[in-house]
Write a protein that binds this ligand. Sequence first.
Ligand code: PMP
Length: 397
Amino acid sequence: MKIENPNPIQWRFSDRASQLQSSFIREILKITQRPEIISFAGGLPSPATFPVEQMKAAYDKVLSENGKMALQYGPTDGYAPLREWIADYLSTDSCKIVPEQVLMVSGSQQALDLIGKVLIDEGSRVLVETPSYLGALQAFSVYRPEFKSVETDDHGLVPSSIPAVAEGARLLYALPNFQNPTGRSLSVERRIELVETCARLGIPLIEDDPYGALSYKGEPYPKLLNMNPDGVIYMGSFSKVLTPGIRLGYVVAPLPLVRRLELAKQAADLHTAQITQMVVHEVVKDGFLQQHIPSIRTLYANQCQVMLDAMAEQFPKGVQWTRPEGGMFIWVTLPKHIDAMKLLDQAIAAKVAFVPGAPFYANDPETNTLRLSFVTVPPERIREGIAILGKLIAAQM
Ligand code: PMP
């Protein structure tokens, strides 16, 4: 039997929900998934790197040997052996991380939401880089902070610019390694200055680090976490080193905070899938990542170089871009008068896509910027796409 609705519901959304916006990138992705488009827009890792066979074998092993546990509810903080593995992985000679500091989350994107829930009140000041990761701006926005931008130059975040905006700040959100969207990394000197400045001002420092392992030279930079485990909240992810579809990440924080995050996580989704954590532990526990990550680095380093070479050949004078030493992105700065949003319309008509830079700014967007990803496009198509973009840009010079 079907009941009539004589009084159709007039949906009344909460103020919070009314201001939710779809991420611009996710909107573009709908267009750019068309096969005829050469898409530099995605933030997706290359599926060529996904360890399908290892995952399949691990699922099989976990289900055969420990199926009942894998399919049961699990603890909110996560699967203990995996938390131990992560604590070990992040520990250095001078800085020991303990499993109690590790909270497993459903993708590090969830950590951003939980951090927002636990640290941000309406109007709280939140410090972000210019530009910053769009997904973080989106996650924090739900809690209606006042974003203040910290200056960035060609070498990334400028720590000396923090004190001017620090008053009352609840947190500083930083991406020190192969930043999304710019591909820039902080020098060791700047890392030290950043950690010292936040410690001096008493501001919690968030280190979002999904790309840190993807250093092309194979030498990861020192983590902010290890410089000051009492003042840094570290976010890690298996998305870029294994596969994003499993939605598995972790946050490492000082104990009082991690317990709060755990309570927020409990309210949100009880826990991250037990089977996923057991499978990932099975995959990583005997050192698989040490052989796997170098193959990702090699692929990305080669494609990055192909794109950089093509840009040097095809882009007109007056266009600038970053030269990443790891990760997945190149950031392009066009002459001031060119609007990347308009360029995108022309580019899509010419079957090339990228992400305009403006949505990555919390305040005062620079509309002449854009982000290119080189990881999912084969070299031939990278050259073809960059040549098309170069012509479109040149036509506007
Ligand atoms: N932080 C940054 C900087 C990212 O680029 C991403 C993914 N694009 C995330 C967090 C979220 O990653 P995940 O939820 O897949 O772990």
